[in-house]
Ligand binder design. Structure first.
Ligand SMILES: [Zn+2]
Length: 121
């Protein structure tokens, strides 16, 4: 399952950040998923708890921020949002376009709970 391996990669990155910040828990994480990334947000949300099990990311709330696709037209030069699944210029309809954005998949933000931060000794 494609999304499970992506979820595992995300959890790996979260563990790395958590280690660096000496976090003991990650209450929530915000992930940007581009419209052209090929990732199904729902499937990713379903796979995430499985990938997070037994890690610092366990129990984290996964917030998915969809990122729109945009393309630059080779014919008229406009940057438009294509009507997916067709990659066409929204201005003149040409299919000679270059993808400007929409392929992204990354952690935008992550909350961490640091040991000893709340309550004190
Ligand atoms: Zn165009």
């Amino acid at each position: 399952m494609h999304e499970l391996s992506i979820a595992m990669a995300l959890v790996e990155q979260m563990e790395k950040v958590a280690r660096e910040q000496k976090a003991r828990a990650v209450p929530s994480v915000t992930v940007v998923v581009g419209a052209l990334s090929g990732v199904d947000a729902e499937a990713l949300a379903g796979a995430f708890p499985l990938a997070a099990e037994g890690t610092v990311a366990q129990g984290a709330e996964l917030v998915i921020t969809p990122a729109c696709a945009s393309v630059r037209c080779r014919a008229c030069g406009q940057v438009t949002t294509p009507e997916l699944p067709f990659l066409r210029c929204g201005g003149c309809g040409a299919s000679e376009v270059e993808v400007v954005s929409g392929r992204e998949l990354y952690i935008q933000a992550m909350d961490v709970e640091v040991a000893g931060e709340a309550g004190g000794e």
